[in-house]
Design a protein around this ligand. Structure first.
Ligand code: HEC
Length: 133
């Protein structure tokens, strides 16, 4: 019992060097679990949004309802998609919490000018920062 307890207590210590070396590793090619590495709107869309909203943003109906983001008039006001990405919306998780302000702005601007959407007034990182509060 005592020996087993001691072994347990040692485990975190043994794990430490691995954590340290992982942090020194070069920038990962893929997103780590807690944040997204991509900075480009198209890459963020492909990595984060299309899993639910589908590659052409056409949405899907199956186990859940994933609204189409293509030709979506709800995107006209940039603040709306910023709000949804940052805070989530019912079935949609707040994926913007795993992105910085520039990343949220990039993916929203990409979405609002792609897939048949042509809202050319860009949202800014400041808009995102304001929406987080
Ligand atoms: C885990 C699945 C999932 C992911 C990932 C996801 N969404 Fe969603 N999204 C949803 C669902 C479900 C809804 C509908 C929520 C509701 O109204 O019930 C939604 C709704 C939205 C809406 C509102 C559409 C409207 O017409 O009101 C926007 C905008 C949106 N998502 C953008 C995004 C963007 C941009 C990303 C990537 C950064 C993203 N979503 C990632 C599931 C997801």
């Amino acid at each position: 019992m005592t020996i087993r307890l001691a072994a347990c207590l040692m485990l975190p210590v043994l794990a430490l060097p691995a954590v340290a070396s992982a942090q020194e590793a070069p920038a990962p090619m893929l997103s780590p679990a807690s944040t997204f590495a991509e900075t480009d709107g198209a890459a963020l869309f492909a990595n984060v949004c299309q899993a639910c909203h589908m590659p052409a943003a056409q949405g899907a109906i199956g186990a859940g309802h994933y609204p189409a983001l293509a030709k979506n008039p709800n995107l006209e006001t940039g603040a709306y998609p910023v709000y949804v990405v940052v805070h989530g919306l019912k079935g949609m998780p707040p994926v913007g919490r795993m992105m910085n302000d520039d990343q949220v702005a990039a993916v929203v601007n990409y979405l609002r000018t792609s897939f048949g959407n042509s809202y050319t007034d860009p949202v800014t990182a400041k808009d995102v920062a304001d929406a987080r509060n």
